[in-house]
Design a protein around this ligand. Sequence first.
Ligand SMILES: *Cc1c(COP(=O)(O)O)cnc(C)c1O
Length: 380
Amino acid sequence: MRADSLRRFLDERNPPTPCLVVDTDVVADRAREVRSAFPGALIRYAVKANPAPPVLDALVAAGIGFDVAGPAELALCLERGAAPADLAYGNPIKKPRDIAFAFERGVREFTSDAPADVDHLGRYAPGSAVSIRVVLDAPDSVTPFGRKFGCEPAEALDLVLRAAALGLRPGIAFHVGSQQPDVAAWEIGIATAAKLFAEAEAQGVAMTRLNLGGGFATTHRAAVPSLAAYATTIASALDTYFPEDRPELMLEPGRVLVADAGLLRTEVVLVARRGERRWVYLDIGRYNGLAEAENEAIAYRFEPVGPLGGPTGPVVLAGPTCDGDDVLYQRTPYELPLALRSGDRLDVPGTGAYTASYASVGFNGIEPLRTRCVGRWGDV
Ligand SMILES: *Cc1c(COP(=O)(O)O)cnc(C)c1O
């Protein structure tokens, strides 16, 4: 229903393509849904998913806090009216001077996964809450983090004790990988955390905070669990592994708050036969908005705009730049009308997350993806 109003906006205004439209009312609705699915949890939106100021405004109004990755996102959230107490510096990879910057501006919540960073926090963010991020033996998400973040659970206890000794307030964090369709991943994380809570307690350190990260998946071509399904599994895992008293929960959703609020319109630049295959080149590609098509990880939907009927046939989808890697899908099967020609347009729904924020600044002279925000907090 909301996608219809975004389509109407694009039809009426006819902005140059590619263009992303984000409905801030949908963002606010999603915020309410996340809050009611996880009552009592602290919700910190991962700003990197979509840092457009109207999106942040809608979330501030909904009482959501922010997970920031560095000083620029931090300053942006403060500028949009977020309170420092509602900010969490969730990036384990940070410079000491960026920790000091955050602390100076009132941030008291951090995530860490390495001894040197815990030491920096002890020095530059004294007394702060620090969640130690553990790596999980959980099923891969669509866009997994690999081994880049998180320490082994065995090392996590050392970091918890180290943080406590430095006067920090330790907790546990995990992130199951973005676009994680397997709800069991959170069960594994919660079980791992419960073990660490007990081990720390045995050493005289009482932890209170459990950060469940983000990772909730959104619908593109394949069905994904509902927010309610994630919430039910998480609640029952908490009952199982923390039967006595539940820790204070923090969540860092990104994608699930904004993806469905966005609709992207693109124009067909060229249709060409290459051997057996029909290639369709769009004015959107991996460098100006669809970075998550890398490895064909996220398979977006492409819907012809207007009366493009008739039979369809298989296509390879590619972006507009002169880069050989700027191909969107050559293994994932896609079909589009055989009548498709240069100048025809396609809508790509569910594109409010990790699109504009991933666009390059000007590769091949192509400008970053334009975002228009509509709805109550809109800018048009
Ligand atoms: C990116 C990120 C998130 C958000 O992940 P989603 O899959 O968009 O929900 C949350 N926490 C951290 C630390 C992140 O890096």
